[in-house]
Design a protein around this ligand. Structure first.
Ligand code: FES
Length: 185
């Protein structure tokens, strides 16, 4: 077991595999998803578990992610889409125009994720799991986004931001709110 990821459910007992080639997007989170898929031996009957892990890592299940899971598990996309839409605990897209995914995994928690959570919730006026009233920003938490060395980490839309502080996290959200035409929260 990787010491850095000790106690992280999605990292436990998941040795590196040949599947761990970088995703073309360069997004490290796919490595974590690949490990979970490998742990389930790419079995189609692990679909719900794999979707759970995917949502935990990415915050929600967009079309590209569903396609990736379908290909990895060698399942028809219609089946993956059917399961993802049937269960209410799966979210297919964030409600807000922007998504702030805060990692609350062990490394990030130890490095101060809870302080960031409080500051961001206070700034946006909503809790994690919710979207601001103007539909601009969704706050989502994830277990580990695969960048523990840069903890505490958040994924702002599709960009990973590391070594965050409560102030820098709020500042980054403020940049979204300053874009002309986007209403402040
Ligand atoms: S615990 Fe791994 S990136 Fe946060």
């Amino acid at each position: 077991m990787c010491n850095r990821h000790r106690n992280l459910l999605i990292c436990n007992d998941m040795p590196p595999t040949n599947q761990e080639k970088p995703h073309p997007s360069g997004d490290n989170r796919f490595k974590l998803l690949d490990r979970a898929i490998t742990r389930h031996q790419s079995r189609g009957d692990a679909l719900i578990e794999v979707l759970h892990v995917a949502q935990g890592i990415f915050g929600f299940l967009d079309n590209d992610l569903l396609i990736y899971v379908a290909r990895s598990l060698k399942l028809p996309l219609s089946r993956v889409y059917g399961v993802a839409t049937f269960y209410h605990f799966f979210t297919l897209k964030p409600q807000g125009n922007h998504t702030f995914v805060l990692c609350t995994g062990t490394a990030c928690y130890v490095k101060g994720a809870s302080g960031i959570q409080k500051a961001v919730e206070h700034h946006c006026g909503v809790r994690f799991g919710q979207t601001t009233a103007d539909n601009q920003i969704s706050l989502v938490s994830a277990r580990c986004v695969g960048s523990c060395g840069r903890a505490p980490v958040a994924v702002l839309d599709d960009a990973v931001a590391g070594k965050l502080t409560p102030e820098s996290a709020v500042e980054k959200i403020g940049e979204w709110q300053q874009v002309p035409g986007e209403a402040a929260a």
